[in-house]
Design a protein around this ligand. Sequence first.
Ligand code: 1PR
Length: 535
Amino acid sequence: AADDSVVTLLDYGAGNVRSLRNAIRFLGFNIKDVQKPEDILNAKRLIFPGVGAFAPAMDVLNKTGMGEALCSYIEQDRPFLGICLGLQLLFESSEENGPVKGLGLIPGVVGRFDSSNGVRVPHIGWNAIHITRESQILDDIGSRHVYFVHSYRAMPSDDNTEWVSSTCNYGDNFIASIRRGNVHAVQFHPEKSGDVGLSVLRRFLNPKSEMTKKPAQGKASKLAKRVIACLDVRTNDKGDLVVTKGDQYDVREHTKENEVRNLGKPVDLAGQYYKDGADEVSFLNITGFRDFPLGDLPMLQVLRHASENVFVPLTVGGGIRDFTDANGRYYSSLEVAAEYFRSGADKISIGSDAVYAAEEYLKTKVKSGKSSLEQISRVYGNQAVVVSIDPRRVYLKDPKDVEFKSTRVTNPGPNGEQYAWYQCTVNGGREGRPIGAYELAKAVEELGAGEILLNCIDCDGQGKGYDIDLIKLISDAVSIPVIASSGAGAVEHFSEVFSKTNASAALAAGIFHRKEVPIQSVKEHLLQEGIEVRM
Ligand code: 1PR
């Protein structure tokens, strides 16, 4: 019976599978890691979460003999679940840095999403899927949304219809899942798809558990707009790690003691927001720019605990850069990011260091490949790297007054200025830099960022709405997803940002922390306004 609770996991160490481990444990199962090909052949049930890029994954599978073991395991029709790249590797080949040969079990070539179809790449976020064939593990999904994050996808064709069990529409129809006998694979991430995702895993792990009622028929949807809860975290003067919240980035109370505003405990709040329906949770370690994050063990602890109970994506930012500690030991930004990923982050977010990287790139016109942004996205993929921008509005009489891109503003400045540019800052808004948000966004997209978290210091904590001019400027300038941030004060601010700009997600902090507006009300309002959301 003990054996019944064991799941064999093929983790070749290329990235973060902590979320999946957490989800499996949460469901009451134990994990046995594959060490050698025989472990695959001896598995009772096998999960293969593909992470990283196609070519290095195939390399490992070929070199270790695990590829061969996988093929015979699957050919014997034994219980298998591939996730994301774990689905793609089953196909003949991939165009990712290729063509590169895959395991060749399913006819078809994995190709990149085409952004000329009007979609942003990577495909990040929540989509409903169209179930084409009874698939047992998908029986609870119906028309609910699941979480995707990928730039490549396999397409259905006459040659692989016998495998395809659902499709999803994003620019074109791609394969969302396959099933043949006991062999399953999904392009989305069940471990990050909330309750609905956990039910997919549960059904795979325990196929006899619930024989269902007739499965609800899923209908493909548009990509849902995401609502993200953000926790700005720092140590207060007593040494406790707290969730704080600034007014235009000033997080101290305006009292005699001048203490750091304390809005709650990070792990508790993250768990609460997950239950309330947040599509993602972000942690920003806001003093990471001066305190080395790997020295900040409580923050890593927070991540570890939060990720045990939060089954939607977690992003962590603050202090991602190269660093030499007091003992002269050097840490690369990649090591810092790796520790964040190991501790439970699905994406990392880079602020200050991305500004320096973009300045350097614009000056030299060459990609050095050495910036934290480039290194981390090369190893973990673009979709795992967010760049957080902290711009401040600078009003202008005439756009010709600066070399940076400006925009006409909806509300004129204090002296009747009709234009503004948005100056990037570093170190938590403390220092302005000679680069605009527009220039930065375009540069970091080229350097490998997968997403932009667009704050605005002027609007932060004001509750008067997002800076629509800024968000429009940036979301029209890049083809990666843009998260609108700073200024949400009412449900109408969310529908405004989605109807007036091309933002893919809207983030808020203060209104959620102060319990002024529940996440559920935001979603209900968006739904009423005809905006696709995950309910
Ligand atoms: O520069 O790589 O170490 O990263 C530091 C990170 O910390 C950056 O992402 C930066 O945005 C963030 N940060 C630094 N100082 C502050 C601060 O507030 N003093 N917080 C800070 C950024 C802005 C948002 C906030 C939204 C929504 N906070 O995170 O959550 O503005 O707030 P609202 O809904 O209440 O208006 P690095």
